[in-house]
Design a protein around this ligand. Structure first.
Ligand SMILES: C[S@@+](CC[C@H](N)C(=O)[O-])C[C@H]1O[C@@H](n2cnc3c(N)ncnc32)[C@H](O)[C@@H]1O
Length: 410
């Protein structure tokens, strides 16, 4: 296992010398080895590193490597806050070796890059910190974690791009209430899945083992969120979707309200509505003369939403696939459409259908800027341009970033 600069005979496990280029979407940087593109994790633009090849092969479009020794470090490099997510380790902490302000610059460059390359949009982007994250070093924000259990019954996470479970001692991104559960000190049934939820506002944390409550009690939690000065309590299934960063529910709901503009008496569609995080404040903003149609595909989330909006008679909750429901429902010109799809984005069919209905405004909340950029191109082809964009780091120490985009007719 020597160190080479690209002799052409490389195999997985070989250590090679690499000069690191720009950051790419996915938490790695781009380097070249004998004319081949290598995606290198655990490094920073401008560094010179020795990297262990983790995926090679003539037919691959690009190879992959983990930086294992840094010969010329970047000024943005810091000691990793989560060594278990380092080279050869678990996924989910790929920027743990990068200073927090530099993580946000990294993500801003990625958002601008995918907007340009995929969306055809030239735009400078700032990525904001979420409240409180700088003070706590970007740790302790995850109110939801999912763990896997190894054959010896130890809780851990999957090795990056593998189904091997690496047992862990802790998970520094998890909220303190999850850390207090001692999930890593206990033994669990081999091969099982653990989900831990730390709700905001007083409820005890919930632990689910293969989807069942460990203590045989409740399956759902109450989440308290203060949105624009008003406190709301939501019922959320333990294994259902809820924003994972503790500051995200309030921050995103307020961002959506602001992006939607004046709503009194409006018709709003809240697509991919989850448990109704946005539905409730949107319904209050439209008032009794307006109406909100919430559309969600997960049956548990639909049930939770119905409960969460029970005092708001001008909300209709539709269970089903967004593409099918909006085809039946009809968006209607002048409506405001809010959509917060999963990582894959809304896609061309849904984005095209929304734009074709000529809504007054589209507010698109996206956790994958590349999927957002792809859908922005579709919207642009239907006459909707990007009029504002906020990007927030709701996932410190990972490569993920949340965007809130406003689209209006050009
Ligand atoms: C990113 S979450 C957003 C939820 C909510 N806006 C929130 O912030 O809590 C996306 C939601 O879309 C739902 N979903 C995914 N694909 C869907 C589809 N094709 N039709 C309807 N809902 C879908 C998921 O169940 C999930 O609740």
């Amino acid at each position: 296992m020597g160190s080479s600069a690209g002799a052409g005979e490389e195999a997985v496990g070989d250590v090679v010398l690499l000069e690191i280029g720009t950051a790419a979407h996915g938490g790695h940087c781009v380097a070249r080895l004998g004319g081949r593109v290598v995606f290198v994790r655990h490094t920073l633009p401008g560094e010179v590193v020795r990297a262990r090849l983790t995926e090679v092969g003539g037919s691959r479009r690009f190879w992959r490597a983990d930086a294992v020794e840094v010969l010329e470090p970047s000024a943005d490099r810091v000691p990793s806050v989560w060594s278990a997510a380092g080279p050869g380790g678990v996924g989910g902490g790929e920027l743990a070796h990068v200073a927090l302000p530099a993580q946000r610059r990294w993500k801003a460059a990625i958002v601008a890059d995918v907007l340009r390359r995929i969306g055809g949009i030239e735009r400078e982007v700032d990525v904001e910190a979420a409240p409180g994250d700088d003070a706590r070093g970007g740790l302790g924000w995850r109110t939801r974690i999912t763990l896997a259990v190894d054959p010896r019954g130890r809780a851990g996470m999957y090795r990056y791009r593998s189904r091997d479970v690496i047992p862990l001692q802790d998970m520094p991104l998890a909220a303190p209430a999850i850390a207090d559960l001692d999930l890593f000190g206990r033994r669990w049934p081999a091969g099982s899945r653990i989900e831990a939820v730390a709700p905001a506002g007083g409820d005890r944390p919930l632990v689910l083992l293969d989807g069942e409550p460990v203590k045989g009690e409740r399956r759902a939690v109450r989440e308290r969120v203060v949105i624009a000065g008003r406190e709301h309590t939501y019922k959320v299934s333990g294994s259902g979707f809820w924003q994972v960063h503790d500051a995200a529910p309030a921050l995103l709901a307020e961002a959506v309200l602001h992006a939607a503009g004046p709503l009194d008496g409006a018709h709003v569609l809240d697509l991919y509505s989850g448990s109704g995080l946005f539905t409730v404040p949107l319904a209050e903003a439209v008032g009794p003369d307006g109406r909100v149609d919430a559309v969600e595909g997960d049956a548990r989330a639909v049930r939770d939403t119905r409960r969460n909006v029970h005092a708001l008679p001008h909300v209709a909750v539709h269970g089903g696939d967004v593409a099918e429901v909006i085809a039946d429902l009809g968006v209607g010109p002048g409506a405001v459409v809010v959509l917060d799809p999963p990582r894959t984005g809304a896609g061309a069919e849904v984005t095209g259908a929304i734009a074709a209905a000529e809504p007054a405004r589209i507010v698109y909340v996206a956790c994958d800027p590349a999927a957002l950029a792809r859908d922005l191109r579709v919207a642009a082809s239907r006459g909707y341009g990007l009029t504002s964009l906020r990007a927030v780091d709701l996932f410190p120490h990972t490569h993920h970033v949340e965007c809130v985009a406003v689209l209006e007719r050009a």
